[in-house]
Design a protein around this ligand. Structure first.
Ligand code: TEU
Length: 519
């Protein structure tokens, strides 16, 4: 069996609103993505995952979809999407798109029809229930964004379910016509040539059970039993096509046993994002335990997907910055992400070590306060390109990060000490190294508590990777760690001189990560 492309891929998440704005309206667009594909290709990424670009009222910035088979005029049109696909493929970059099967927008024509009458043929494409006496909702479930998960619709005098905003009514996958209509939207994009899908809240899709007696609240990170059957049907659609089309799920469950159940049967998701990993403290033991547990629960041929940033979470440089060490930790985290067995998913701007932007109260636009991590990419130095930092000639929809002058792509390009140079180096190494590739075995090493260390090996190549997650310098005896002498090939510390002689002891500065080629 040949290795599917996505097992060897580095996937780069593009959040189109904030990537590049080609038409100067302050919001990024697909034409902007097209003209920056070279950046993605030069970085060495193998695929992009595009966050939603569908027609949308933008209550949740595109995760409220009003048409699953078109492009919002704000982002362009289908012709621009096709151009994106063609140009990406010409550069050897695959394209994965976001698919939001759990809910649509309340402006989707399906919902407009559904709410028009209890007898409408589309009524049961959504989840309707009678309220409790006294004008109370069917139960006390809360939505992820806060407030009740039910909204009363006066015209038909029933309540509809929404796990997120009231403008995002849940679709009812137990309805066969809805299921067929949604699966047809997958075929629409597969026929156009997309390489796969990132499935939004994959764990909440499925038959919605009536509230179990006595359960008042809807637990966060709920997964529904019916969801697995839905994902099997999604997989079936992907397998109608050639080319190893891939499904990666956003499975936001914090119990790795349940998480693993989405990827171990071989007929559901190919990969699932691991939020236990994303939510780890900066602590070697915590990371080691998560990796070890997932590896045990999801052994080969199941395949891990690792990510540490996305459009919903504070960026690494900010999240791990409690003592001013965020930037160094973000660099070490690059080595973690790219050095593990599994497919790394990175978020645009992670290669620049971007922190969150400072968003003043008056500039907050997201329902869930996720604006800081969604700040636009600074392509150019503001001193050269003006306040839009090469992202836009207009007024950016969110503030640009404070230190864009030094963090901009143009400022980092050509600087060997930059984060961008480190990412390129690590991705290039990953590409040429059998040990870091899909066939590379992985062994977690026991050693210093504060050092996360692991071995990757294939075809006689042995690489030892180590990250010092403490505030003290440490010395790792390579032989004791299970290695023997070796040669330092990469350090995440820009001040470290990578010498060419063999070492027996690897010294690591606080928050430094390194790769040693064992000899
Ligand atoms: O996220 C689902 C999800 O669980 C998030 O709401 C997450 O808990 C929260 O953002 C943490 O702050 C997906 C999308 O990634 C997100 O952008 C959407 O808002 C959400 O689904 C609804 O579609």
């Amino acid at each position: 069996m040949t290795t599917p492309w996505w097992q060897g891929a580095v996937v780069y998440q593009v959040y189109p609103r904030s990537f590049d704005d080609a038409d100067g309206d302050g919001v990024g667009d697909l034409a902007g993505v097209v003209r920056r594909l070279g950046h993605v290709a030069r970085l060495g990424a193998d695929a992009v995952w595009l966050s939603p670009f569908y027609p949308s009222p933008m209550v949740d910035f595109g995760y409220d979809v009003a048409d699953y088979t078109d492009v919002d005029p704000l982002f362009g049109d289908l012709a621009t999407f096709d151009r994106l696909l063609t140009e990406a493929h010409a550069l050897g970059v695959r394209v994965i798109i976001d698919w939001v099967p759990n809910h649509s927008s309340d402006r989707h024509p399906w919902f407009t029809a559904a709410r028009s009458s209890r007898d409408d043929p589309r009524r049961d494409w959504y989840v309707w229930r009678d309220g409790r006496p006294g004008g109370r909702p069917p139960n006390d479930w809360e939505s992820t964004f806060g407030g009740p998960a039910w909204t009363y619709d006066p015209l038909t005098a029933q309540w509809y379910l929404h796990g997120f905003a009231p403008e995002q009514p849940n679709l009812d996958w137990s309805n066969p016509e809805l299921a067929e209509a949604m699966l047809a939207t997958l075929r629409f994009w597969l026929d156009r040539g997309v390489d796969g899908f990132r499935i939004d809240v994959a764990h909440e899709v499925g038959n919605v059970p009536d509230p179990p007696p006595g359960v008042a609240s809807w637990p966060r990170e709920q997964d529904w039993p019916g969801g697995h059957a839905v994902l099997r049907r999604v997989r079936g659609v992907l397998e109608e096509y050639d080319g190893d089309r891939v499904a990666v799920g956003e499975v936001y469950v914090l119990d790795q046993r349940r998480l693993a159940s989405y990827v171990t049967t071989g007929d559901e998701l190919h990969m699932a994002h691991n939020f236990v990993f994303l939510r780890c403290a900066w602590d070697a033991t915590a990371f080691r335990d998560v990796i070890a547990e997932f590896t045990r629960l999801a052994p080969a041929p199941a395949w891990p997907a690792w990510c540490l940033e996305n459009h919903d979470h504070p960026r690494l440089a900010t999240r791990y910055d409690d003592d001013g060490r965020g930037p160094a930790r973000a660099r070490a985290a690059a080595l973690l992400l790219l050095g593990l067995r599994g497919t790394p998913f990175m978020f645009q701007g992670q290669e620049l070590g971007l922190p969150d932007a400072v968003v003043p109260p008056g500039a907050v636009v997201d329902v869930d306060g996720r604006d800081p991590e969604r700040a636009p990419i600074p392509w150019e130095r503001p001193s050269v390109a003006g306040p839009g930092a090469g992202f836009t000639t207009g007024v950016p929809w969110l503030p640009i990060v404070d230190d864009a002058e030094h963090l901009a792509v143009a400022a980092q390009r050509g600087d060997e000490r930059s984060d961008l140079a480190l990412w390129r180096r690590l991705i290039a190494l990953r590409r040429e190294s059998p040990a870091l590739g899909p066939a590379g075995a992985q062994t977690l090493l026991e050693g210093e508590d504060d050092v996360l260390a692991w071995l990757r090996e294939a075809d006689g190549e042995r690489l030892l990777l180590a990250i010092n997650m403490s505030a003290e310098a440490v010395r790792c005896d390579l032989t004791a760690l299970g290695g023997g002498p070796g040669r330092l090939v990469v350090s995440t510390d820009p001040d470290r001189v990578v010498a060419t002689d063999d070492i027996d002891v690897l010294g690591l500065a606080p928050d430094e990560g390194a790769i040693v080629r064992l000899t």
